[in-house]
Design a binder for this molecule. Structure first.
Ligand code: ADP
Ligand code: MG
Length: 338
């Protein structure tokens, strides 16, 4: 009788094991404090522990990028470059070399609107403390702003600044890059459905079981919860730049964190620009363009690129869309869209 009982219990527990497979679910974490921004990772995992390990790996990768690329950390590789690259060619990591190469490509694509040497003037602004350079300081530093001053030698993997006073800052591309690296980490761990966001830059892989992910675009003059549009996305990156992110107003003038490389002043030709594309490095790099060049010229550039769409909130509050998102295009039957 006892033996029968034991067998019965053993069968029951075996059945329990078989009937309770790993508990697959959505796992989500929001973290502040890396790259001075909010990181959100959400993914579908076989079980919660596996999901959390994957998120840890993404955050580790982002911390590494912050350590390498932050200009706020004197020990970072970028800070070392700023300190020494005007003295002669300096060998740098492959990762930084490749990102500097990409940054220069975006400068060319955007007619110089995106330019990491904006920092030669930009370092004199402190938006939290309401500090800005005066006209004389800007005029003196401005000749150092030009992406052509950053000389890259792929053979020796070196960077050199062609003149003194040049500084770089990857704040306009590093978050997008870290999102792409985060997605790479997740893919290498076998994750196929995920959202990774760092501040205004996000990327999505996969769908939500037949449904797209929905990303809201904030209304530039309203609170964080108020959106001008909700965009359904699958396998895409999206970046929004806004004049409401880091700014102060003095004598009616809004000074904010995107700098026109041609003038050294805040680039104020739009209120916000959202760019949608395949990679967050790319959408991040391109989202500054409309501030510097204005909505018409920026749309012209975005429309030239097959993989890019954009939504721009103009200074008067009206919203304009790139070709691929405009109503006429949307309403065409699919076979005519080629
Ligand atoms: P976030 O930092 O929230 O992602 P953005 O993507 O709009 O915001 O990037 C703004 C940042 O880009 C600025 O804080 C600055 O570090 C950098 N930046 C400012 N002006 C330029 C420019 N003309 N070209 C490249 N980067 C810029
Ligand atoms: Mg960004």
């Amino acid at each position: 009788m006892m033996d029968q009982m034991k067998t019965f219990v053993a069968c029951l527990s075996l059945f329990a094991c078989l009937a309770a497979p790993a508990h697959a679910e959505w796992v989500r974490r929001i973290t502040d404090g890396i790259m001075g921004t909010r990181i959100t990772v959400e993914l579908w995992a076989d079980d919660q522990a596996k999901g959390n390990r994957a998120i840890d790996a993404v955050l580790d990768e982002m911390r590494h990028i912050d350590e390498t690329m932050s200009v706020y950390k004197p020990t970072s590789e970028v800070s070392q470059v700023n300190a020494k690259a005007a003295d002669g060619p300096m060998r740098i990591s492959k990762e930084l070399f490749d990102l500097l190469t990409t940054a220069k490509e975006y400068s060319v694509i955007t007619d110089g609107a995106f330019d990491i040497t904006y920092a030669s003037v930009g370092y004199m602004y402190d938006f939290r403390k309401h500090v800005r350079p005066d006209e004389a300081q800007i005029a003196k530093a401005l000749p150092a702003v030009n992406y052509r001053h950053v000389l890259l030698d792929p053979k020796n993997q070196t960077v050199q600044f062609s003149q003194k006073g040049v500084r770089i800052d990857l704040g306009g591309i590093a978050k997008g890059y870290s999102v792409d690296r985060g997605i790479d980490v997740l893919k290498s761990l076998g994750i196929t459905r995920a959202y990774v966001g760092a501040g205004g830059d996000s990327r999505i892989i996969g769908d939500r079981f037949g449904k797209p992910w929905i990303v809201g675009i904030r209304d530039p003059r309203k609170g964080p919860g108020e959106v001008i549009a909700r965009i359904p996305l699958v396998d895409a990156a999206i970046s929004t730049s806004g004049d409401y992110e880091r700014f102060f107003v003095e004598n009616g003038v809004r000074y904010h964190h995107i700098i026109d490389p041609h003038t050294g002043h805040s680039a104020s030709k739009v209120r916000s620009a959202t760019v949608i594309g395949p990679y967050a490095t790319r959408t991040d790099g391109l989202s500054k363009t409309a501030f510097v060049l204005g909505p018409e010229k920026a749309l012209e550039i975005y429309n030239r690129m097959d993989d890019i769409d954009a939504i721009i909130v103009k200074l008067d509050g009206t919203v304009v869309y790139s070709k691929g998102m405009s109503r006429a295009q949307r309403d065409k039957p699919a076979e005519q869209q080629r």
